[in-house]
Design a protein around this ligand. Structure first.
Ligand code: XIL
Length: 302
């Protein structure tokens, strides 16, 4: 096939991108998006600060724009993200324990109900583990006040709200086998053993020279798949340019295709000019929407 989405679909997978609502009026952005991708993630519009800036008052303008655009094009949508320490309005951290629990569950319920039946996978919890060798949970209002069980509670609330959405745990620096991914692995194994609802694990896959595509990427994703969850590459971008970048992209795609439970790949943006990694050129299209060597490498690998 001649586009990323159609090529991925040939093996039953999706090929997605992060989308920002404020670029949906730009013709080059929209035509590249519509031609090449068959899944979208709202880059910021579904996050807590965007959707519930003050307690109990929900604002869905940006998220609706992204979802409506996707649906109009027949694209699938990933939900990102329900419970995360970042882009979290201050009021959440100020709540006492009982109120925080209510607010977390209400946030999950309101978001998932709004888009019920329209989201193929939700990042229910994002980035709950620390970097480094400890394997410990990251400090957050949820972790600090509700305790480690907040993740289980979030997944149970999510399942009860939209039983048809795939429920994912999503994180970064978990792409290879390391202390952090071992800790996530132990959590997922425990969830599966105890019947806590979890369907997928998202590997953000933000790569650069400090954190290149790991040599044991496939081995790591496969061990998660072997627990009985799908795996998804959720925020892929790779710093660099030219052949080196193209080869890295190619190896990521081959990794996903080698794992039957790797159900799709999302790159974290359409064009280098709007990448969150300003100063880098980590995506598949340059600032003029020209296809880069990385694009060709991905299309060839798919
Ligand atoms: C980033 C967005 O791309 C930026 O626009 C925003 O300023 C900060 O967040 N991990 C995630 C994503 O899960 O939500 C982050 O997105 C990138 C890191």
């Amino acid at each position: 096939a001649s586009t990323l989405g159609a090529s991925a679909a040939a093996s039953g997978r999706y090929f997605g991108t992060a989308v920002a609502a404020n670029h949906l009026g730009e013709s080059g952005y929209v035509s590249t998006l519509n031609t090449e991708f068959n899944s979208v993630t709202a880059e910021n519009e579904m996050k807590w600060d965007a959707t519930e800036p003050s307690r109990g008052s929900f604002t869905f303008g940006g998220a609706d724009q992204v979802v409506n655009h996707a649906r109009g094009q027949g694209m699938r949508v990933r939900g990102h993200t329900l419970v995360w320490h970042s882009q979290l309005p201050n009021w959440v951290g100020q709540l006492a324990t009982a109120d925080l629990r209510t607010a977390m569950n209400n946030h999950i319920t309101q978001l998932m109900n709004r888009y019920k039946g329209q989201i193929h996978s939700w990042d229910v919890v994002n980035e709950a583990f620390q970097d480094g060798g400890s394997g410990a949970r990251r400090s957050s209002p949820f972790q600090d006040k509700l305790g480690a069980g907040f993740i289980e509670e979030a997944f149970r609330t999510a399942r009860a709200t939209d039983p048809n959405a795939k429920l994912c745990y999503n994180d970064y620096n978990t792409d290879g086998v390391n202390a952090k991914s071992n800790a996530v692995y132990a959590m997922v194994r425990d969830f599966k053993a105890r019947g806590v609802p979890i369907d997928c694990v998202g590997f953000q896959s933000h790569f650069n020279s400090q954190s290149p595509v790991p040599g044991d990427y496939q081995q790591n994703l496969q061990r998660f798949a072997d627990l009985g969850v799908d795996v998804q590459i959720t925020e892929l971008d790779i710093a660099g340019s030219g052949t080196a970048q193209a080869n890295s992209y190619s190896s990521v795609i081959r990794t996903c295709l080698a794992i039957s439970r790797c159900t799709g790949v999302t790159v974290w943006g359409v064009t280098d000019k709007y990448s969150w990694r300003s100063g880098d050129t980590p995506l598949l299209f340059d600032g003029n929407y020209a296809k880069k060597a990385a694009y060709t490498a991905v299309l060839t690998a798919l």
